[in-house]
Design a protein around this ligand. Structure first.
Ligand SMILES: NC(=O)c1ccc[n+]([C@@H]2O[C@H](COP(=O)([O-])OP(=O)(O)OC[C@H]3O[C@@H](n4cnc5c(N)ncnc54)[C@H](OP(=O)(O)O)[C@@H]3O)[C@@H](O)[C@H]2O)c1
Length: 309
């Protein structure tokens, strides 16, 4: 099959943590040509270790609608896994907000998808997405979902809980901190619930959706077990064999730090980032299990890569 005969799937944010897993998964299929939409094609290509056959890197910014239609031309499916740099900490001065990049970017990508005649739009939302939420991150994801549902294009929306894998930020940060810190701080009381999700499981579902599964559906997706943030930290300690006392950082103290950081330049931390950190991220997997034939990886197995050699 030649390049021109392959079905093109365009992935906005395809150079990111979740995006890379999706791109690698899609690229396994010899009938698919993957197009990564990125602000910097050269840097994005460098983020893929090893060869990336069937993958092209095209300059596109989801906040700049004018050039998006050209970037997605010929794509049968479009995946939106873009998110602003350093999320969830917004930087309004630089336009790095959930409203502009997550919601606004989704709206612009939908318009481009429709102009390009794409068959399907796939959105990586979040477990707590809710357009009525008082928390901006969740509200704007909820608004983006509504824009997709009302766009008149086939769609699949995934709402992941915390995703992990060898290239993630959160679990790697925990594992790294355990190497150096005498104690492990956790945000809030550590009792926020999550369902750690191996990023490859999410990528497998996205690939199925790009091929036609989950038409016009919204799917919460997480790992098979619900656990607290504390329990996740303990599991990482057990696997890495580095046990440390856990120190809860009270929400009020985090908020005070967020308030001070908001007054300083550089957007290092914010009160809204605290909302994000202490929020519940548990999922209802029933819709996913009914539609997607996938065995979700238990966290103990999925996190094995952290074990000392
Ligand atoms: N990670 C998780 O555990 C998790 C859980 C639930 C939901 N999610 C959601 O999943 C999505 C992906 O998250 P992630 O953790 O993979 O994020 P990430 O690693 O930060 O990647 C985001 C990507 O978005 C791209 N991007 C940023 N601004 C852009 C713009 N203006 N135009 C085009 N591309 C832009 C960047 O690519 P370039 O620099 O190459 O442009 C970057 O590689 C997000 O919507 C996030 O909220 C993540």
């Amino acid at each position: 099959m030649t390049q021109t005969e392959r079905r093109i799937v365009a992935v906005a944010g395809g150079s990111g943590f979740i995006g890379r897993a999706i791109v690698r998964r899609l690229a396994h299929d010899p009938d698919t040509a993957v197009r990564v939409l990125t602000r910097d094609p050269q840097r994005a290509r460098a983020r893929f270790s090893g060869a990336a056959p069937n993958v092209e890197f095209v300059a596109a910014d989801v906040t700049q609608g004018a050039r998006l239609a050209e970037a997605v031309a010929g794509a049968a499916a479009i995946v939106n896994a873009a998110q602003f740099d350093n999320y969830p900490i917004e930087n309004r001065a630089r336009g790095l907000t959930f409203e502009r990049v997550d919601y606004g970017g989704t709206v612009k990508l939908i318009a481009a998808a429709r102009a390009a005649g794409a068959e399907r739009f796939i959105y990586i939302s979040g477990a707590a997405a809710d357009e009525r939420s008082a928390i901006g991150a969740f509200r704007w994801k909820g608004r983006a979902e509504r824009a997709i549902r009302e766009a008149g294009i086939e769609f699949t929306i995934f709402r992941p809980s915390l995703a992990y894998g060898p290239e993630d930020r959160v679990v790697n940060m925990i594992a790294k901190a355990l190497r150096f810190a005498p104690a492990m701080p956790v945000p809030g009381d550590g009792q926020q619930r999550l369902q750690p999700l191996l990023v490859d499981d999410l990528a497998a579902c996205v690939a199925l959706a790009a091929g036609g599964r989950g038409r016009d559906g919204v799917y919460e997706i997480g790992g098979p077990e619900v656990m607290t943030f504390d329990a996740l930290v303990r599991l990482v300690m057990e696997i890495t064999r580095r046990r440390r006392p856990i120190i809860p950082i009270p929400e009020a103290a985090l908020r005070a730090a967020g308030r001070i950081a908001e007054m300083a330049p550089g957007a290092l931390f914010s009160r809204e980032a605290v909302d994000f950190l202490v929020a519940d991220n548990a999922c209802d997997l029933s819709a996913l299990r009914a539609e997607f034939p996938i065995a979700l990886t238990p966290a103990r197995e999925g996190l094995k890569y952290l074990a000392p050699a």
